[in-house]
Write a protein of this length. Sequence first.
Length: 257
Amino acid sequence: MTANEIKSFLDEKVELYNNPNFIESDPIQIPHLFSQKEDIEIAGFLSATIAWGNRKMIIKNAHRMMDLMGNTPYDFVMSYTENDLERLESFVHRTYNCLDFQYFITSLRNIYTNHNGLEAVFYKGQLNNDSRAMQTSISEFKKVFFELPHLTRTEKHISDPMSNSAAKRINMFLRWMIRQDYKGVDLGIWKSISPSRLSCPLDVHSGNVARKLGLLQRTQNDGKALFELDSKLRIYDPKDPVKYDFALFGLGVFEGF
């Protein structure tokens, strides 16, 4: 296919998958449970953090996270006691265990108390016109997130693009929070950051489809591959490049492309 044919093909697939029916089979359903900004942010962040492995298990465990916080995530973060943290001791999702979960809650309180919330932390890295500004923001966010005493093992649950990671889960979370989606899937509650800065949540499915379409030559799904893919998608739609995640992911997961 020519470049124009690929763009038309992907645009059709965006229309097919970027609709409310997508929500029921995706972890994005968790932040959709809430209406308060801070609840949406925390629910989205925690759900995206455990978004690897079987999708049904991801969704099940994300719901369990919310249940353990009394389905009031922001209130739980801001008012938890030591006894409340002990309630989290039964939680585990693959290698993400209760100790990780407890630190995440502690760090989130620090971010809302001392850094003006999640959106403000990510916005700090957007004060230049670098096309990689969002990936810089993620790296800076990780520094803030782990500024409290913590176990080294917990650091692996926040990727760092400056270490050549594609940071799939955080890029997915940022898509949820920032992308102005008029189809009702992405929540778009952060208005301070332009959707043009977003990067595709690159994983095995979107990576394989991108290679088959000639959008990606690099064989690893790493930071360099993400930059290569981003460069192509920004040509197709400079204002909303990450909308093509719906096409690439849908083709891979639902169509076995």
